[in-house]
Ligand binder design. Structure first.
Ligand SMILES: CC(C)(COP(=O)(O)OP(=O)(O)OC[C@H]1O[C@@H](n2cnc3c(N)ncnc32)[C@H](O)[C@@H]1OP(=O)(O)O)[C@@H](O)C(=O)NCCC(=O)NCCS
Length: 367
């Protein structure tokens, strides 16, 4: 009998790296980015400031912030071959696949090993442009050039919607993008680290991470949350609808998390942001009712599993309130998470060892 290795299906409870980037404490519901509470960063800081914290290790002073904003602005434009290719992709290809392909098409020698901060800033700057370019094409309008005066989040909304966004919408989306920039060794970050650990290039690592985020068990849930709320339709229908799902052994989208066994702190912060924006919006009223009924039924059907509302539930509410359509939810998640992916990729490259687990063979041996 050949050697059998210690088995951890899903790598549950296994650490594969040490990192300075974030603490995700699922038992106590804590999220820390490099010594700061993520919720405080979301309230008091901007996308660029938190990206600086994750990439450079400290919040920027005025000069550093202005330098980073300028660098991001300089790298926003897409190469012509990428624009041409985005125009050719058939309309029925989903936005995450388009983003994955668009990022992949950026790959050339200037993104070679080892990954650098300039490469990282370049990809982060271009991802919103890829999403907005494609979105404009689908709407049958000419894509807008990035706005030279607007910061990262405001420019993203501007390119998507064609008008300069309100301060309230920018702040709300900024809070979402900050709260989702980084989250420990989640599945897509792990993908990025695995690719990087082979000394492959940054573009390959980000492309792998986007493909991983695409799955509904990771990043694909917020649009499914809005679909669920639409399907439920009325408060009276919430309980029978949700009960029916659970009776059929299906999952309720926007609930449960591999790590958080208490309320997801990002959901708590985003609930406040969504409440501020939504006011008396009947959709939001219905969503909070669905949340309460969902929690009650999950406790009934899955006792002891500690299933709570996750980030995607209120992410859906915030993105809907700022006017983003469902098919932009997960791509917007990628637009923020690229910051965390790339911070991990730099960290992995800085002290690299190829990530190469084992498996236990359960097949036949030759006769
Ligand atoms: C996020 C998620 C994949 C985590 O999964 P996980 O850590 O592997 O948890 P498990 O699949 O082991 O689930 C544990 C138990 O809770 C149940 N469960 C987990 N999430 C559930 C949900 N959203 N609805 C109903 N039941 C759920 C499972 O069916 C399982 O029940 P069992 O013990 O009777 O088999 C899972 O909670 C999920 O699918 N949630 C819905 C999708 C979602 O919102 N994703 C976004 C995450 S931010």
């Amino acid at each position: 009998m050949s050697k059998q290795f210690q088995l951890a299906i899903g790598l549950d409870g296994i650490a594969v790296a040490e990192s300075d980037l974030s603490l995700v404490d699922g038992l106590n519901g804590l999220l820390v980015y490099r010594g700061y509470w993520a919720r405080d960063l979301a309230i008091h800081h901007t996308f660029e400031e938190v990206a600086h914290l994750l990439w450079y290790g400290h919040l920027p002073n005025e000069q550093e912030l202005s330098a980073l904003k300028n660098q991001l602005k300089q790298h926003r434009d897409l190469p012509e071959h990428v624009k041409g290719m985005l125009r050719l992709i058939p309309a029925d290809v989903d936005m995450m696949s388009v983003l994955r392909t668009g990022v992949s098409a950026l790959g050339n020698d200037s993104y070679g090993w080892p990954p650098t901060l300039e490469q990282v800033i370049s990809v982060t700057a271009k991802m919103p442009t890829i999403v907005a370019f494609r979105y404009a094409c689908l709407q049958g309008r000419e894509p807008l050039d990035p706005h030279p005066e607007l910061d990262h989040t405001a420019n993203y909304l501007y390119m998507l919607k064609g008008t300069e966004p309100s301060h309230a919408h920018v702040r709300a989306l900024d809070a979402y993008l900050i709260l989702t920039q980084e989250h420990g060794m989640n599945a897509s970050t792990f993908s990025g680290r695995v690719v990087t650990s082979t000394e492959s290039d940054l573009i390959s690592a980000i492309t792998g991470a986007i493909g991983t985020l695409k799955g509904p068990l990771h990043g694909g849930a917020p649009s499914e949350v809005t679909e669920m709320i639409e399907a439920i339709g009325t408060k009276e229908n919430a309980e029978p609808w949700l009960r029916n799902k659970l009776e059929n052994g299906e999952r309720l989208m926007g609930f449960g998390h591999r790590v958080y066994k208490t309320i997801d702190p990002r959901a708590t912060a985003l609930r406040v942001v969504a409440e501020q924006l939504s006011g008396d919006d009947p959709w939001f009223d219905l969503a909070t009712h669905v949340e309460q009924v969902g929690l009650k039924l999950l406790a009934e059907y899955k006792p002891g599993r500690k299933l709570n509302t996750n980030v995607e539930f209120f992410a859906a509410a915030v993105m809907r309130a700022v006017g983003l359509e469902d098919d932009l939810f997960t791509p917007s998640f990628a637009v923020s998470r690229v910051v965390g992916w790339s911070a991990h990729i730099l960290e992995q490259a800085g002290s690299n060892r190829i990530i190469r687990p084992q498996l236990n063979y359960t097949g036949k041996m030759p006769e």
